[in-house]
Design a protein around this ligand. Structure first.
Ligand SMILES: C[S@@+](CC[C@H](N)C(=O)[O-])C[C@H]1O[C@@H](n2cnc3c(N)ncnc32)[C@H](O)[C@@H]1O
Length: 130
């Protein structure tokens, strides 16, 4: 039986990670980001569709559409690292600091991917998330 893989890239930016996935043989169906400037480079350099949407408003059902018919679901989420970076002191509010990572966790629970990919700064290891 042939294996069909689908990947969704949350916080996809201009598409660096998506490009790497595609080069590695993991087809990417869609990338989500709130920065409209990312749409052109994302779609010009990748086969995936760019969706201009706040991840906080994305649901597991939205993601299920991209994964439909795939035997392996890959969910990638490279949330902004500024809240945890040693270079930033702007995020003192605990709620806003964790919100986007909590949304990534919520979407993992809602769509139950087979593979999860997350990249962030080393400082994240110093915190307990939930
Ligand atoms: C670290 S960058 C991701 C880089 C990307 N993975 C790449 O390979 O180029 C984080 C991205 O999160 C996006 N972002 C921030 N808040 C967001 C939100 N609420 N919903 C969707 N995207 C968001 C930013 O616009 C930024 O492009």
């Amino acid at each position: 039986m042939a294996i069909s893989i689908s990947t969704v890239d949350l916080f996809c930016g201009a598409g660096g990670l998506t490009y790497g996935f595609e080069q590695a043989g993991l087809p990417v169906k869609a990338g989500y980001d709130i920065d409209p400037a990312c749409k052109f480079p994302y779609e010009h350099n990748n086969k995936a569709k760019f969706l201009l949407q706040d991840v906080q408003n994305v649901s597991g059902l939205d993601l299920a559409e991209h994964f439909s018919g795939s035997s392996v679901k890959v969910l990638a989420g490279c949330a902004p690292c500024q809240p945890f970076s040693s270079y930033s002191r702007r995020y003192n509010d605990r709620q806003s600091k964790w919100k986007l990572l909590q949304d990534f966790a919520r979407l993992i629970e809602e769509c139950e991917p087979d593979i999860i990919s997350m990249e962030n700064v080393l400082q994240l290891k110093l915190h307990s998330v939930f």
